[in-house]
Design a protein around this ligand. Structure first.
Ligand SMILES: CC(C)(COP(=O)(O)OP(=O)(O)OC[C@H]1O[C@@H](n2cnc3c(N)ncnc32)[C@H](O)[C@@H]1OP(=O)(O)O)[C@@H](O)C(=O)NCCC(=O)NCCS
Length: 144
């Protein structure tokens, strides 16, 4: 498994994986392409034998960073791919001089929360009925 930066040609596959990994509110091709075009955004993906198996992105503005999405194909989970992507995104935020990094996670997503806790994030506050289906979001943060 290797990690590398997103290329424009990867966005179609990433948009397909969004539907699989975030069935309730997937980012569309246009949303991903728009992020990709932003200077504040950095996308990383994991590739195995030439196949994209996971991806994530971080936006850094001034001294603050936000993890936008981290996802791994179901067949490739539980072998450290999500952690590798997350750690690379954290490194990128540090390199771009962020001092704090944030993310949002559905309160029901205990799997992702466990991963974020393991990597030093802690819950800071909740946003009530944040998602379109009415679910609350937990904002998590980590000092860099
Ligand atoms: C969350 C996600 C990215 C984790 O990817 P992954 O490659 O399986 O993660 P890792 O193998 O690096 O696991 C890291 C830690 O996460 C936790 N974890 C991962 N999968 C878990 C599971 N099924 N049950 C419980 N804990 C789990 C564990 O703490 C694990 O550490 P451990 O293996 O030492 O116990 C993946 O499950 C996913 O893509 N989910 C759907 C998309 C999503 O919800 N993304 C997060 C949005 S905020």
């Amino acid at each position: 498994m290797i990690l590398r930066d997103w290329k424009y040609e990867d966005i179609l596959k990433i948009s397909e994986m969004e539907k699989e990994c975030f069935p309730l509110e997937p980012w569309s091709f246009q949303m991903l392409a728009s992020s990709f075009g932003s200077e504040t955004f950095h996308g990383i993906l994991a590739e195995d034998g030439g196949e994209i198996v996971g991806y994530g992105g971080v936006t850094v503005a001034c001294d603050s960073a936000e993890i936008e999405n981290v996802a791994v194909s179901e067949a490739f989970r539980r072998v450290g791919t999500g952690s590798a992507i997350l750690e690379r995104l954290i490194d990128i935020a540090r390199e771009r001089n962020a001092v704090k990094i944030f993310l949002e996670v559905r309160v029901s997503n205990s799997t992702a929360m466990k991963m974020y806790l393991k990597h030093g994030f802690s819950g800071v506050y909740a946003r009530t009925r944040y998602y379109s289906d009415g679910e609350d979001c937990l904002v998590m943060a980590k000092e860099l």
